[in-house]
Design a protein around this ligand. Sequence first.
Ligand SMILES: *Cc1c(COP(=O)(O)O)cnc(C)c1O
Length: 388
Amino acid sequence: MPTAPSDPPLLLTPGPLTTSRSVKEAMLRDWGSRDHEFIALNATVRQRLTALAGAEASHVTVPLQGSGTFVVEAMLGTLVPRDGRLLVLVNGAYGERMLRIAQYHGREARALRTPEDLPNDPGALDRALAEDPAITHVAVVHCETTSGILNPLYEIAEVTARHGRRLLIDAMSAFGALPLDAREIRFEAVAASANKCLEGVPGVAFAILEREALLAAAGNCPSLALDLHDQYLAMEKNGQWRFTPPTHVLAAFHQALIEHAEEGGVEGRGRRYRENCRILVEGMRRLGFVPLLPEEYQAPIIVTFRLPGDPAFLFEDFYDRLRRKGFVIYPGKLTVAPSFRIGCIGRVTAEDMRRAVAAVAETMQEMGVASGRPADRPPQPRSGEPQS
Ligand SMILES: *Cc1c(COP(=O)(O)O)cnc(C)c1O
C-alpha cells in the first residue's frame, strides 16, 4: 500500500531515525529537573544501559546532553590523560572525527588506516602497539556508518588487552542491535546515543565507563560541559544533572528502552534489523544495484550502494522522488566510490523495507533507468553499437 503523501516519511538514514508513536507520546508532559519521578526515571535509564552492556560489575553509565559526537568528545577528553597517546583505527568519517577531536584537545594521536571498504586490521594493530609502547589508548568504531562496515571489535579488544592498553569504542550506530558485552571483552569505555539502534529521539547520548578509570580521570577533560568525571560525581550525589537536563528526551529514551526489552533486547532488535537488511539487499540486487561491501563485512545497520552507471540516474532526482513516495534515503560520503546509502534501523519493519524496494523500482521506471548496475562494471556490448 503506498504511503499517503500526508504521512511523515520513513527515515532510512543513519539518524535521526523513525521512532514509535509511544516513544513520541512519552514527551507529552513537562518535568522539573528536581522532580522525584524524573530522578527515578533517569536512574532507570542509566541502569538499563549498563545492563545492556553486561557491565554492572565493572562500569557505570553517564548520560550527556547533545548528539552522539558530544559524548565521543567527552569520552576521549575525560579518559585520555594529557600525557597519554591515542591510536585511532580509521576506515571512515567517524574514525577521522575521533582523530580530529584528539587534535582539538591537544592530545597526541595517530591513525592506523584501512580503506573505507575494508575492516580494521587486528594484525596491523598488534604491530603498531608492539612498536609504540607510548600508546595508552586505542579508539575503534564498532560499525563505521560511513560505509556500513562491521569492524572486528572482539579481535581488536583482544589485541589491545594483550598489550595492556585501554580500548575506547564508538558504538554509536551498533549499540542495542549488535552484541557488546563487558563480560566478554575488555573496554574502558563505550559511547553511544539514544537515537540510533535504541530508537529514542535525538538529544541525549551516553558513555558506559569503567568505574575505576572514570574515578581516576579527575582534571583530565579540557572542557567543563563535556567532563564525564564531573558529570558522574554530580549525578551520584543527588541523582540530578549538573546543567539543564533534556527531560523530554530522557522520558522518550526511557520508553524506548522498555520497547527495546519487549522486542527481546539486543537479540530481538538485531534480528529485525538483519531481516530488514536482507530484504533490502536482495531487493536492490534484483534491480541491478550493487552493494559496496561483500556480505561478510556488512553490518545490518546501513547499506552503501554504488551509484548506477545509467546516465538517466541523477541522485537528486532519485532522492526527491523517493521522498515523495514516503522514504528518505541518504547520500554517500565515501571517497572510494560514488554511492548512496539506505538504512535498516529505526522503527521500520520487513514490510516497510519491501515497500521501500518497490518504491525504488517504481522510481527507476519513472526516471527511465533500466538497471541499478554501476558504471565501472563492464557494460554488456549491445548489438548495433560501435565497439571500441
Ligand atoms: C551517528 C554516529 C555518531 C554521532 O553522530 P552525531 O551526528 O553527533 O549524532 C558517531 N559515530 C558513529 C559511528 C555514528 O554512526
